[in-house]
Design a binder for this molecule. Structure first.
Ligand SMILES: [Zn+2]
Ligand SMILES: [Zn+2]
Length: 297
């Protein structure tokens, strides 16, 4: 929903992404204007139960208090999980205090730490780990790993053998079935394999730094910030950002399947040169543009 660094410009919004895993939506960063983008792209706030904020530069969270206010005004009562640097609670509390607002729903905070990777969510569907990044203020990326789903029953076969329902659960977990007459039906006759679990790594904002390479290696999809062209590498270094060429290098060295680049500087009206630069080192690169959907397969 947002591919711009620092300020909104050229129809590009500050950082925000919606990740759909098994029809559960996860919001990653929430720059200014994210609510409008959610309306535009039909991402319903009521479907979001987990929000991840990488760091406290405004381009990554200034849309959050607005979104929380709207959730409140629209009658939300179910709790919201917010993964963020601890100081964000202070900011939110202060804004609510001076608008004399008591949210109707609870915010369940998880405070991220920038020094070492940490498992911050472990649900039936996924795990999420922080990725410690190297930026001017404490910053973490997020690594989403889908869990392996159960095996899928072959409906016709189950019906044909008239298998009682209490056997479904063990069969989905891989058990064979022994019929009353003693015949053994192997699990692979009764089920098909689930899809391979997918992984997604979100890395924004950071200096090019190999410390997190091991953690993100081999992911299916890597989003990496790519604020500048490489002729600005000195500026990237001094502001703790990455160039497009370096983003391509990260993807190449970590052997990921696909790369998305974003967090583009306002100095670039068009983005093709950034894309070409990253593709020099990693051909399977795309721009993480507003409104684009990428299917991880
Ligand atoms: Zn930023
Ligand atoms: Zn930043």
């Amino acid at each position: 929903m947002g591919s711009s660094s620092a300020t909104p410009i050229f129809n590009r919004n500050p950082s925000s992404q919606a990740l759909n895993i098994n029809e559960h939506f996860y919001l990653i960063d929430c720059g200014e204007g994210t609510q409008q983008q959610m309306l535009r792209f039909d991402i319903k706030p009521s479907r979001i139960d987990h929000i991840f904020i990488s760091h406290l530069h405004g381009d990554h969270y200034l849309g959050l208090v607005g979104l929380l206010s709207s959730m409140h005004l629209n009658g939300r009562v179910k709790p919201l999980k917010l993964y963020c640097p601890p100081e964000l609670k202070e900011i939110i509390d202060l804004q609510l205090k001076y608008s004399d607002t008591t949210l109707q729903f609870e915010i369940d905070y998880y405070f991220t730490k920038p020094d070492a990777p940490e498992m911050i969510l472990d649900s039936a569907d996924i795990t999420v780990e922080t990725i410690p990044l190297d930026h001017r203020i404490p910053t973490t990326g997020f690594l989403f790993r889908q869990k392996r789903r159960l095996r899928k029953l072959i409906k016709e076969k189950i019906e044909e053998l008239n298998i009682p329902i209490e056997y479904y659960s063990p069969i989905k977990k891989g058990a064979d079935y022994v019929a009353p007459d003693g015949t053994v039906y192997r699990n692979d006759e009764l089920t098909t394999s689930p899809e391979e679990p997918k992984t997604y790594a979100y890395c924004s904002d950071t200096l090019y730094n190999e410390n997190y390479f091991k953690q993100i290696s081999n992911v299916d999809l890597l989003y990496h910030e790519s604020t500048f062209m490489h002729n600005m590498v000195e500026r990237a270094r001094s502001t703790h950002h990455t160039t497009a060429l370096q983003a391509g290098r990260v993807a190449m060295l970590t052997n990921v399947k696909k790369l998305l680049i974003g967090h583009f500087s306002a100095r670039y009206k068009t983005l093709n040169e950034l894309l070409e630069e990253a593709r020099n080192l990693f051909p399977d690169t795309e721009l993480a543009l507003e409104g684009k959907t990428f299917v991880i397969d």
